[in-house]
Design a binder for this molecule. Sequence first.
Ligand code: ATP
Ligand code: MG
Length: 406
Amino acid sequence: MQYDEIMVRYGELSTKGRNQKNFIDRLGANVTKALHGFDQVKIHPQRDRMHIDLNGADSSQVMDRLKQVFGIQTFSPSLRVESDFEAVKQAAAKMIREQVKEPATFKISTRHADHGFPMGTFEMNRELGAYLLKEFPDLLTVDVHHPDIDLMVEIRKSGIYLTSEKIKGAGGLPVGTAGKGMMMLSGGIDSPVAAYLAMKRGVSLEMVHFYSPPYTSEQALAKSKELTSKLAKYCGSIKFIQVPFTEIQETVKEKIPEGYLMTVQRRLMLRLAAALAMKRHGLAIFNGESLGQVASQTMESMVAINDVTTWPVLRPVLSFDKTEIIKIAEEIDTYELSILPYEDCCTVFTPPSPKTKPNLKRARAYEARLDVEGLMQRALENIKVTEIHAGDEFLNQNQDVFAELL
Ligand code: ATP
Ligand code: MG
């Protein structure tokens, strides 16, 4: 069915009191970005709802894009008719004819926003209900408590709107309302899921990715960029910051005892992420750590690593089991990419048995053997920032290698 309007409900937003205006403005901007390319569409963000005037744009394509915008609780594609009961009857009958193929129960719920219209809510429910029952005697019966179809009628100044569907949106809060965070993105399964969950709570992210050529390949870098492009569909575009990590890894390997390689390496990663957060006005650092999953993700390790910064380090998947993380990765379509076998910089330098309970004082002492300032400065001088948009492709450029690995 070709609809005239999509009506958007905010859900959690309506409870945000004084911030409400910021939230709605941001959601309006994010929806505009998500609907880029649909030039005829007009967006009207209002206090209680947002109305998206389709002006002939394909409603199912528009709805596919809306499903990816955080801050939308539900939305309903609607038909618009003139403020006239005859027209309402015709449109309602058309909807039933097109959408109901087997006997079903229904009810009418009317919402009145234009007090100039002569029929009241109760009268509309009753008259329209009676009309539809007469029109479809073998198809429809009334059930006001648990109807199969809830035909919603909204009487507004600009006309009367009818809808029978309430589609679940992405939930969460509009990206950008929580401020900016730096996401430590590897090519693994966990960090893309953590990124998704952070964005869902309104954080706008910049990706920080450490790479170590020639120990890590071009494909490993391309894979992280492609993961970023998958995640960009929730916010339009994401800045991807690649940080050269080769010199640090080689130096750490040379100067630090094997049991503390990983701890010290991670301390440097976090130092760099924190430096970038400060420089680029990020409010927190996000990573994909899950408690107890591997050696570096014990609480003892967190003590020994987190020591390098007072900036908040937030871990959206901390309490998730691997299977729960994988489930989300599949839903957001990052899983298949994440399991491609390109080595990232951690796997290459991971010792066979890193300490699961590193000691903070020792970690500090070993790290002091390094020229931390110099190493960091050289890495930061050579970062490269790319703006990645939803749908950008990076791995296809290496199709041959890609095909071989599959
Ligand atoms: P993931 O699946 O996200 O790679 P993991 O379970 O493999 O996580 P680790 O390899 O120990 O765990 O990494 C823990 C976290 O450290 C990652 O989730 C990510 O946030 C960060 N991290 C690891 N390697 C990199 C990298 N090369 N660049 C940026 N961040 C990284
Ligand atoms: Mg990993």
